[in-house]
Design a protein around this ligand. Structure first.
Ligand SMILES: Cc1cc2nc3c(=O)[nH]c(=O)nc-3n(C[C@H](O)[C@H](O)[C@H](O)COP(=O)(O)OP(=O)(O)OC[C@H]3O[C@@H](n4cnc5c(N)ncnc54)[C@H](O)[C@@H]3O)c2cc1C
Length: 394
């Protein structure tokens, strides 16, 4: 483990480092400072030392990063097939791999899942690392994490992209913590610094008030999770690739057994909806969201909301669209009484068609909308519901 080095031959015992440490990790013992476990290697003490007596031995034993090549995508399964995020990440991985001049691989774990490899090739994978074993029938931290770890140790990718789902976050953090590499959660954009082959991982930080671009220059693989629907679905192409079968063996049975899957009552997955009817403060009260649900049901969609409506307690956070909520890409997004703040637009601006209903003709949402209706949202939605019901009944 890397530790702050104090060169006693240079140290003059001035105590500047003790005062300069923001974590109170240094104290004077006799003539020299000593460091304890609170040190996070931030380097603040190095900056204030007048005689350069402190250092972090980063370069010592530095790993040869050039042996790590290729971008991997963790392929998550869903309902007998693959989660759409697996394909979205493959599309982005291809873009990044083109800059790096490397291959894209998918990592597929499961029991009798060979048949899924074809779709991974069709959406951008050059290679599929396939771990097929009865113990991998359902995603559980230990067997999945250990399997991905052993693949990483053997084949050494330079970057791994995972969906920011419960499963992707779980496996990603397991792998990153064991191999002590960096993982950036919930990225909203990914890029490449071609000179250093660093993955530029952008995500909201400080409660969404800034967008931070994070790099992991000293360790490989670089790991990132990305929320579903942040990247578009790549075009499916007729292409094939190589399947590399992983030898899977477990020394002990997994300590966790999955007994059954029970969907969360009232849970919603707006990320997968093709139609979203979303409400904001212009809906005036919680009860009026029943009207949005009625319209969403007729259109076969789901109900979304602005953060203000969620904060008002009108609807659960699960439904929040935007920078600190969910990212959606429906065919149709109907924004009812939503002003169109940038943080809201960040979560829905890739919708195919946007209809905005707002009583203020100057509302920013109209700048993005494909169609707009100026008027009272509740009255217009009620009228729409009435007309559609009539059409359905006739
Ligand atoms: C760090 C940070 C992160 C954020 N993250 C998110 C996020 O993820 N998602 C998000 O949505 N917001 C987010 N916000 C909040 C965002 O800035 C806005 O405050 C929020 O989106 C506003 O919600 P709203 O449009 O429902 O409400 P308002 O801004 O109050 O707008 C209400 C709109 O309804 C219209 N209206 C009023 N009465 C009627 C009526 N009778 N009929 C029709 N229209 C009517 C008004 O003209 C107005 O345009 C975030 C803010 C910050 C600072």
């Amino acid at each position: 483990m890397v530790k702050l080095q104090i060169d006693k031959a240079l140290c003059i015992g001035c105590g500047a480092c003790v005062e300069g440490c923001p974590h109170s990790a240094l104290k004077m013992e006799g003539d020299f400072p000593v460091v304890d476990e609170r040190c996070i290697l931030c380097g603040a003490c190095i900056d204030v030392c007048p005689v350069a007596a402190l250092s972090i031995p980063r370069e010592k034993g530095k790993e040869d990063l050039s042996v790590y090549r290729g971008i991997w995508v963790y392929a998550q399964k869903a309902g007998g097939g693959l989660h759409s995020s697996s394909f979205e990440l493959l599309g982005k991985a291809r873009e990044l791999a083109k800059i790096l001049g490397c291959e894209v691989s998918a990592v597929l774990l499961g029991d009798k899942v060979d048949y899924m490899a074809g779709e991974l090739f069709a959406h951008g994978a050059d290679r599929v690392y396939l771990a097929d074993h009865p113990e991998l029938a359902t995603a559980r931290t230990e067997p999945y994490g250990e399997t991905v770890l052993s693949l990483v140790r053997e084949h050494r990718p330079e970057a791994i992209l995972l969906p920011a789902t419960i499963e992707g976050r779980d496996i990603g953090s397991y792998v990153a913590s064991v191999i002590e590499t960096g993982l950036t959660a919930d990225c909203t954009e990914l890029g490449i610094d071609p000179e250093n082959r660093n993955l530029l991982q952008t995500r909201p930080a400080f409660g969404g008030n800034i967008m931070a671009t994070i790099v992991c220059p000293n360790k490989r693989p670089q790991m990132a999770t990305v929320r579903p629907k942040v990247f578009p679905m790549p075009k499916r192409e007729e292409r094939s690739g190589e399947i590399v079968r992983a030898s899977v063996a477990f020394s002990a049975p997994c300590r966790v057994e999955v007994l059954e899957h029970t969907p969360i009552a009232g849970g919603c997955s707006i990320e997968d909806a093709n139609v979203i009817v979303s409400g904001g403060m212009g809906m005036k009260k919680a009860e009026n969201f029943a009207l949005l649900k009625e319209l969403a049901d007729i259109l076969g969609g789901s109900v979304g909301a602005s953060r203000a409506a969620v904060d008002a307690g009108w609807i659960d956070f699960d439904h929040q669209v935007g920078q600190t909520g969910k990212t959606v890409r429906p065919n149709l997004y109907i924004a009812c009484g939503i002003s169109g703040a940038v943080q809201h637009l960040a979560g829905m601006n890739h919708s195919d068609v946007i209809i905005a209903i707002n009583q203020d003709p100057q509302a920013p949402i109209f700048e993005l909308a494909s169609y707009g209706a100026v008027g009272d949202a509740k009255a217009i939605v009620a009228e729409l519901v009435g007309v559609l019901k009539e059409k359905l009944e006739s």
